[in-house]
Design a protein around this ligand. Structure first.
Ligand SMILES: C[S@@+](CC[C@H](N)C(=O)[O-])C[C@H]1O[C@@H](n2cnc3c(N)ncnc32)[C@H](O)[C@@H]1O
Length: 361
């Protein structure tokens, strides 16, 4: 249980709740499009790698880690339930199709009210909420058959401490991320991600049944591309520049910017492969980069970018700088993203998400 305690007390900055114009509910179609791009791969992982014959228990339990407030999680869970049902049918196990139980996990501060108020009425599963950090244990041992997490595990459990230490070469003065920063800063972020992923994978290894599968999607860094050229990198650089403009205008002070860093990290495929191998509890059934451009999705516009970033980051920024700066900050950001729209567009072509299907040994 000591791990459980850690899982519920970590600092968290959930997506903007409710259903207002700046909410995640209304500003999460980019994540939805990205998950849609992996739909066939999720179906294939279930059809080819999930051995339902070896699962004796009913119900079939699945979990979405970092589900936020919907609607994306509902679409994914329905899709996974249908794929598992098809698997039972294909195996000639029609009479053994189980009931389904879905665990919706996110930080305790997530807007679970909005999530549960919008649960689809036609769903084919029983729904439960599981509050707490996935950087710790969330479920009893060997209790879950399939886990899913989309665009969530790039959130670190905390900002690496050396970024705030004026005597450290990793002190991140005048920046809010590792994009366009010295190597020491990137290394500190990478080390934090390594640490978090080991905890994440070890917890999931305990919770998944043998043969159970976890599918992960997240922003990733393709080989040979600097972090400043992927979509999140361009956005974070523009957000950092917008904050620095506000310091020049005297609206915030520089020390506030120096002490603010975004706790998010996009790994390379090699880094994720190494982490899974080092953990040793999973076989990598499939891991590859999925390019947004190859799915013929329209490039991201500056306005979309501002709205999505605000839905995800407003809470964290308001906590550090005060809520009074939010409108002005995102106005400045939107203007900058129009000015730098060519960079945003090319980042959409170069950036990719990582798809991973791991099987519990
Ligand atoms: C960008 S949203 C993605 C939501 C949804 N999976 C989707 O694809 O639209 C990331 C979510 O991960 C959650 N999250 C981040 N770190 C987490 C943690 N350690 N434990 C649980 N949830 C976490 C955030 O609170 C947020 O709701």
């Amino acid at each position: 249980m000591s791990n459980n305690r850690a899982a519920t007390t970590q600092q968290s900055f959930p997506m903007k709740g409710g259903d207002g114009p700046h909410s995640y509910v209304n500003n999460s179609h980019l994540q939805r499009e990205a998950t849609d791009a992996c739909r066939t791969m999720i179906e294939e992982a279930i059809a080819q790698k999930l051995d339902v014959k070896c699962f004796s228990s009913n119900p079939f339990r699945l979990a979405d880690l970092g589900c936020s407030v919907g609607p994306n999680t509902f679409i994914s869970m329905q899709h996974i339930v249908e794929a598992v049902e098809r698997k039972y049918l294909e195996q000639g196990l029609k009479s053994q199709i189980p009931e389904f139980q879905v665990f919706f996990n996110d930080h305790v501060a997530n807007d679970f009210n909005t999530l549960f108020a919008s649960l689809p009425t036609e769903r084919r599963y029983f729904a439960c909420g599981v509050p707490g950090s996935f950087h710790g244990r969330l479920f009893p041992e060997s209790s879950i058959h399939f886990m899913f997490s989309s665009h969530a595990i790039h959130w670190l459990s905390k900002v690496p401490e050396e970024l705030l230490d004026k005597n450290s070469p990793a002190w991140n003065r005048g920046r809010i991320h590792y994009t366009s920063a010295p190597d020491e800063v990137s290394h500190a972020y990478a080390a934090q991600f390594d640490h978090d992923m080991e905890i994440f994978l070890s917890a999931r290894a305990k919770e998944l049944v043998v043969g159970g599968i976890i599918v992960l999607t997240m922003a990733a860094l393709p080989n040979g591309i600097p972090a400043s050229r992927i979509p999140s990198g361009v956005m974070f650089d523009l957000l950092g520049a917008s904050l620095m403009d506000m310091t020049k205008a005297g609206l915030i002070n520089e020390a506030q910017v120096d002490s603010f860093n975004l706790p998010v990290y996009a790994p390379s495929q090699e880094q994720m492969t190494d982490l899974v191998k080092r953990n040793g509890c999973f076989t990598i059934e499939r891991m590859e980069l999925v390019y947004r451009a190859s799915k013929l999705v329209a490039p991201i516009t500056g306005k979309e970018c501002g709205m999505h970033l605000r839905a995800g980051m407003e809470g964290m920024i308001a906590k550090h700088f005060g809520s009074g700066i939010i409108d002005e900050l995102f106005d400045t950001f939107s203007k900058k993203s129009v000015e730098f729209s060519h960079q945003l567009e090319s980042s959409t072509r170069e950036g990719a998400q990582l798809f991973a299907a791991l099987r519990r040994k």
